[in-house]
Design a protein around this ligand. Structure first.
Ligand code: NA7
Length: 538
């Protein structure tokens, strides 16, 4: 028992929500509609979560604007006007701020407040939640809306603190303008964030050095203005589009091919890839229906992209370095770029292979690899996140008998449907591990989870029940199912953050459910129809 477990709480709510990003905001809206009292705690000085912090140059969503938004309000989706095919960070943040105002959400959100612990008190059957601002509140229910890509991670490189220039992390970018003009800049990391930021930084910096450990597959975005006609045509059947998206694997309306890549001639396959490349975006990986399960099919798609890289990048040695060969295409999150590969034709941009010659240290004046020293004025860490479980791991969460979540999850997260974890009654997760989350349009996943949780709370109340917990047996079966579907795909072949591979010591388990959003949504509905199968309601 800790000191906060004995202290007297300052306030009591029906529900505490951790995080005011897309998930926390919609959760609050649904709780209000149920007449429940709620408090949302948010670490940032504004709402928006991941989109509040990711202000790096070039930050943009790789799901198209018309699909990357809430569907819960027909008025909202009709009145909001997007300006580009893919929304940039500032526009998404404007949208989130608009939602917070339009639905009068701010009065229940406490900003600049980080939840530090959440302990379940068995005697009162309440969660005791403490924050870094000294709050101690109790609530019957606690909802973790803390995000799957919110725990930014700077690698533990010796000498990090000795660097005398400026350091930035793409996932924790300062609010003030950062100007790299005239500077020697180093970017570490070539995932989605690096690939978006690099072309912008290259335009400003006097010299840019890109430190690449793993080259990534990237498809051109072909971003551009979104015409009024296209937007209106989409809005004419917005509800229909949303409903169809919810039946798909990724919660996104792509053109999902019904054919395998080996079912067609070489010529036809090539035409298909060319057409997809010309349309741009992650749609490319759905050019055939077996790219994620058949290595031979995947190889064709991968080689097509490598050919494009060789076409774009003038120096053959640089093109070879930029060509991914150590993982099937799509098994690390596919990137969507604007002029990424073209940037390496600029005379002020250099690519360094830190797989061949790893970074040894950050020095006061730059970066030292095993074979060279690079003098830099600024270093940008585009090194990603402790994904899916990282934000939960930063909170001291304790359930039955003081069991700590991090101890329960030593060998990898265990959840039932990614919504609850056994031994932690009345604690919900939004887009938790074991749900489709990061493999989907995350707003579609968020809405589905929030609706599920809100309906569950209404169900409990209608029946005079006060407690729901995941059954340990149902959880074991679900974890086995999550692993089984992952093992039927090529995903486990990549050392990706989906597998926890980017964090030293993190267990290597496939974190999201890869069986598809559509199927997952059906399972969740079946569970409810069968009286919350696999949950214990009291
Ligand atoms: P990612 O996709 O995790 O990319 C991080 C990049 O940083 C990746 O290229 C890593 O190489 C590299 N990295 C990480 N640590 C190091 C060290 N120590 N040395 C060299 N290189 C390193 O994060 P992003 O922010 O780009 O994207 C995350 C998601 O946000 C994205 O998928 C979208 O969904 C939005 P590695 O591949 O591990 O060898």
């Amino acid at each position: 028992m800790t000191q906060s477990d004995r202290a007297t709480p300052n306030a009591e709510f029906d529900v505490v929500v951790v995080g005011a990003g897309f998930a926390g905001l919609y959760m609050l809206h649904r709780l209000r509609a149920l007449g429940l009292s709620a408090r949302v705690y948010e670490a940032g000085i504004g709402v928006g979560g991941t989109w509040f912090w990711n202000r790096y140059p070039g930050a943009r969503c790789d799901v198209e604007s018309m699909q990357y938004s809430y569907s819960f309000s027909e008025e909202l989706q009709q009145e909001w006007v997007w300006t580009e095919r893919y929304p940039k960070q500032a526009e998404i943040l404007r949208y989130i701020d608009h939602v917070a105002d339009r639905f009068d959400l701010r009065r229940d959100i406490q900003l600049q407040t980080r939840v530090t612990s959440a302990h379940h008190d068995a005697t009162t059957d309440q969660w005791r939640i403490a924050t870094d601002q000294g709050d101690l509140v109790v609530a019957r229910f606690c909802v973790m809306a803390s995000g799957a890509l919110s725990a930014a991670r700077t690698p533990d490189i010796p000498g990090l603190e000795t660097f005398q220039g400026r350091q930035y992390h793409t996932g924790d970018w300062p609010r003030e303008t950062v100007d790299f003009t005239g500077q020697r800049v180093g970017v570490i990391g070539t995932g989605s964030s690096g690939i978006q930021a690099i072309p912008h930084i290259a335009k400003q910096a006097q010299h840019l050095t890109v430190f690449q450990r793993t080259p990534n597959f990237s498809i051109p975005a072909w971003n551009g203005p979104l015409s009024t006609e296209r937007q209106e045509a989409w809005k004419a059947d917005y509800a229909g589009h949303r409903a169809r998206a919810r039946t798909t694997r990724s919660g996104i309306l792509y053109e999902y091919s019904q054919r395998g890549a080996l079912d067609v001639s070489d010529e036809e396959r090539r035409c298909v890839f060319e057409a997809r490349w010309a349309r741009g975006g992650a749609n490319f990986t759905h050019a055939f229906n077996d790219l994620f399960i058949n290595k031979a099919s995947n190889d064709h798609a991968a080689e097509f992209v490598r050919e494009r890289i060789r076409e774009i990048v003038q120096d053959p040695a640089v093109a070879a370095m930029l060509s991914p060969t150590n993982h099937p295409i799509g098994t690390k999150r596919i990137c969507v770029d604007t002029d990424y590969f073209e940037t390496f034709n600029c005379s002020n941009v250099a690519l360094v292979d830190v797989r061949a010659n790893p970074i040894e240290a950050i020095t006061p004046t730059g970066i030292r690899t095993t074979d060279a020293e690079y003098k830099l004025d600024s270093i940008v860490f585009a090194t990603g996140y402790d994904a899916v479980t990282g934000a939960l791991g930063r909170i001291d969460i304790r359930g039955d008998n003081g069991l700590a979540l991090k101890d329960k999850w030593t060998d990898g997260p265990q959840t039932y449907l990614g919504i609850m974890t056994a031994g932690f009654p009345n604690l919900f997760m939004i887009t938790g591990p074991g749900s489709p989350s990061v493999l989907t349009n995350v707003i579609v996943s968020i809405e589905q989870h929030v609706d599920w949780i809100a309906n569950c709370l209404a169900y409990l109340r209608e029946r005079g029940l006060a407690r729901i917990s995941a059954d340990a047996r149902a959880e074991t079966d679900w974890v086995a199912e999550v692993n089984a579907v992952a093992d039927r795909t090529l995903f486990p072949q990549a050392a990706s953050w989906y597998m926890g591979a980017n964090i030293p010591g993190k267990p290597r388990v496939f974190l999201p459910y890869v069986g598809g959003f559509g199927r997952y949504n059906e399972i969740c509905a079946e569970v409810v129809a069968e009286g919350y199968r696999g949950f214990c309601l009291e």
